[in-house]
Design a binder for this molecule. Structure first.
Ligand code: 1HN
Length: 354
């Protein structure tokens, strides 16, 4: 009896104490301690897939409702179900699908978030980065680095769709977003198309080059070239049991990741290949470019099987165990926040169950 009274007493004293703390804008760590320091990452985002076939029709509808000029960027945001209305696919990355129609211009602007485009449908559109045009083809990976002027246009005949990935949520969380519109619709024409790839992407660098940016000076990594490389390597490579053949896009001036805040990779898995269970702290957005298969995510009762085919986009959040199985020779593009985690000494992986 006495003990019960004492317990009640301490409970009400604690409650009273917390109420008084709250009025001062303070709270006790001991209530949050276990949640703050989980033994392993407890992540909010969830695994998810956006099937291109389900999105395409509704994306095309947007073309009748708003012009690229009016929208600035006609983008449907692919939001993680755990982050409704938060413009986030993972904790740190934004992704969306952008549509541009023949004759349209998405006006020039620049911003501090880094952006990349992965071309998913159509030909003949272009992105101009600081005045250098890159004509888009399926699977091309195009960079618009932090604070570079960029506009998009379309001189072809069919709708063009690409996937945008930006580090927007990361920058929002640290408060470093700046934006500026260019006074004209298009940035003045600069170097000819392909200039940056010739200048920096041909196993030679201009003597005396002083990089002025933490991102690769190459604006476009053409799929044709990356695919050809991986196809050649596949005839003569051991497969990594966790990745198949996985290559990282790099900045030739540093040998490091092509972008300062988004790691980018191309993965090739041969028909019938099954990867071993893998975990990594990077939050990943995968886009199937060719082939088909499935990714098995989670374990035990929480295991989910996500079937993917070309142009499907799916998220594997931080520290979710996952493994791939592919039915055909399969190419997958991947964008993650590994580079940010690595710079902070935080990136980890777990291969298998050890
Ligand atoms: C942006 O500027 C582009 O330049 C695409 O094409 C997507 C998503 C959020 C904020 C800015 C682009 C974007 C974006």
């Amino acid at each position: 009896m006495a003990r019960a009274a004492q317990t009640k007493d301490i409970d009400s004293q604690r409650q009273d104490y917390k109420d008084r703390l709250r009025k001062l804008g303070i709270s006790p760590l001991w209530d949050q301690y276990r949640d703050l320091l989980s033994i392993e990452p407890q992540i909010t985002s969830v695994p998810h897939i956006w099937k291109y076939d389900e999105l395409r029709g509704i994306l095309m509808e947007s073309g009748d409702l708003i012009s690229a000029q009016e929208a600035q960027r006609r983008v449907l945001m692919l939001e993680n179900p755990a982050f409704q209305d938060q413009c986030k696919a993972t904790e740190t990355l934004f992704t969306g699908l952008q549509l541009i129609l023949p004759g349209e211009i998405a006006p020039a602007h620049r911003h501090t978030p880094n952006a990349l485009r992965l071309i998913l449908e159509g030909d003949g559109a272009y992105t101009s980065v600081n005045g250098e045009k890159t004509v888009m083809h399926y699977g091309d990976y195009i960079i618009t680095p932090n604070w570079c002027w960029h506009d998009h246009g379309h001189e072809g005949t069919e709708p063009v769709v690409w996937q945008d990935i930006l580090d927007l949520p990361l920058l929002k969380s640290i408060g470093t977003i700046f934006y500026e519109s260019y006074p004209d619709e298009q940035f003045p024409e600069g170097p000819p198309p392909g200039d940056s790839l010739h200048r920096y992407g041909s196993n030679m660098l201009p003597v005396g080059l002083q990089p002025d940016n933490l991102n690769s000076p190459i604006f476009c990594y053409p799929y044709e070239k990356s695919r050809e490389t991986m196809e050649a390597l596949s005839a003569n490579s051991e497969l990594d049991p966790y990745h198949g053949i996985k290559m990282e896009f790099i900045d030739p001036t540093t040998g490091g990741p092509a972008m300062s805040s988004i790691s980018t990779f191309l993965i090739r898995m041969p028909q019938g290949f099954k990867t071993e269970r893998y975990q990594t702290t990077e939050g990943a957005i995968f886009t199937c470019l060719e082939g088909k298969g499935r990714v098995v995510i989670g374990s035990g009762d929480a295991e989910q099987i996500i079937e993917f085919s070309p142009r499907d986009i799916f998220v594997v959040p931080c520290w979710y165990p996952h493994r791939f199985e592919v039915d055909e020779n399969t190419y997958i593009f991947e964008g993650t926040d590994k580079v940010v985690q690595s710079k902070l000494g935080l990136w980890r992986e777990r291969r298998g169950n050890t």
